[in-house]
Design a protein. Structure first.
Lengths: 127, 127, 127, 127
DNA sequence: GTGGTCTAGACCACT
DNA sequence: GTGGTCTAGACCACG
């Protein structure tokens, strides 16, 4: 279910957090579902438990999960509210990029055609 | 001409490189222009000379400048080709973000209206 | 009678102990009353018997109950003395918080109005 | 300047974070001041650098500091806004305690006299 | 079994 | 020098 890229520049703990987010968006993980335990996931990913722990802490901060000591780590019931907020932040980042691209002289059409391709790309949730 | 934000989380050397790029796009720096020397720029920005040096190396890597040992650092004649390629890379990054935003359930209109706002924002090159 | 919040960060055994205290304060449990057995309560709350056992040990420590091996767990005759002592400890904790709030520059009125609201809130014992 | 209590139940990293907050409230640390480095503070407190690191991360989350990789950890210019918000949260916690104390039959006067003592206690910032 | 904290020590990117 | 990440392994509280 999880897979990490050791060569990537994004930290392992962030990869785990991002991947979990995507598993929620793709419906694999649903509200109140329990995440794999720190130990089992660290064994599966062949990473240190502390790294997984940090990923779960990060997810807690993001409002994606609620971790209950001694019981486990659970997807929050209101996870989609948190994801909405994160999407808004990503939209702002997209706008920043867009301004840079415009400044480089790229025409509006180049961007809109790319975006339309993505949105007309059917139902695949390729993340 | 240059200004860095010490509180920003983007590395100072990257800020310098990005700013130089924008000075080219806004026409302040033109092909074959010479950049300030490492020593003068580091004095102006109150940073470590190593940091400025690293920024110049980064710009060299990006294809923006050509460093001539003993003479200085010059904007490449073909700088706009390099900038086109970098814009293309940014477009790809934008698409990646766009896919994530789509996965979060944000409608296409939210994105296109934002982008249109940017492209209809007149001639200002506010970078 | 009892109800636990699995998502809460306060340990389950503490939730059980706190709730028992409140049942005494609200008059539902009176001195010399017997508490439900560990087994029956753990079944009702769908928790581990060890957890309920730990809650009872905690209540014993607090001076709320007296556990008689082989017979059961009883509210102490002098339970209200123990509750008085605990209220005093809570008052000390409140003072600690109050000092912190004062240090943050919050005016006295903000605190007293909040407290008056609570004490003028009628007879409801909503705990 | 810093001192930790190894026997306390509050984690060391939290003690460090709380202490830093109090140093701001007492005026010892001011906006834009730099905190001691992870290494120096860990040496001073005889703790592991990772523990101090975690404290700084916590302070970042609280909005107290801004940590800039390669440069250091600085008190935010708007630190007092963050402290105001934290004080509001503490006031809510105080109200929760107050309700419990009221339920235990403690009269309003007992609380208000204690609080008045604190607020009339002169200028000492005893934290 | 679960997560939370901590130590010890390494390597990296940035200034 | 600075902070950031990661590994290895320990101990604790909770269920």
């Amino acid at each position: 279910m999880y897979q990490i890229d050791a060569m990537s520049r994004t930290p392992v703990y962030e990869q785990i957090a991002d991947m979990t987010e995507k598993l929620v968006l793709s419906g694999v993980l649903k509200p109140n579902d329990m995440l794999p335990s720190v130990r089992s996931l660290s064994a599966e990913l062949k990473t240190n438990p502390n790294t997984v722990q940090k990923a779960f802490t990060e997810l807690d901060f993001r409002g994606i999960v609620r971790t209950v000591p001694g019981r486990g780590c659970f997807i929050r019931p209101d996870v989609f509210d948190a994801l909405k907020k994160r999407a808004a932040a990503k939209l702002a980042e997209l706008c920043r990029l867009c301004r840079e691209i415009r400044a480089a002289g790229v025409p509006l059409e180049d961007i809109t055609t790319e975006i339309n391709k993505i949105y007309n790309g059917g139902e695949e949730n390729g993340l």
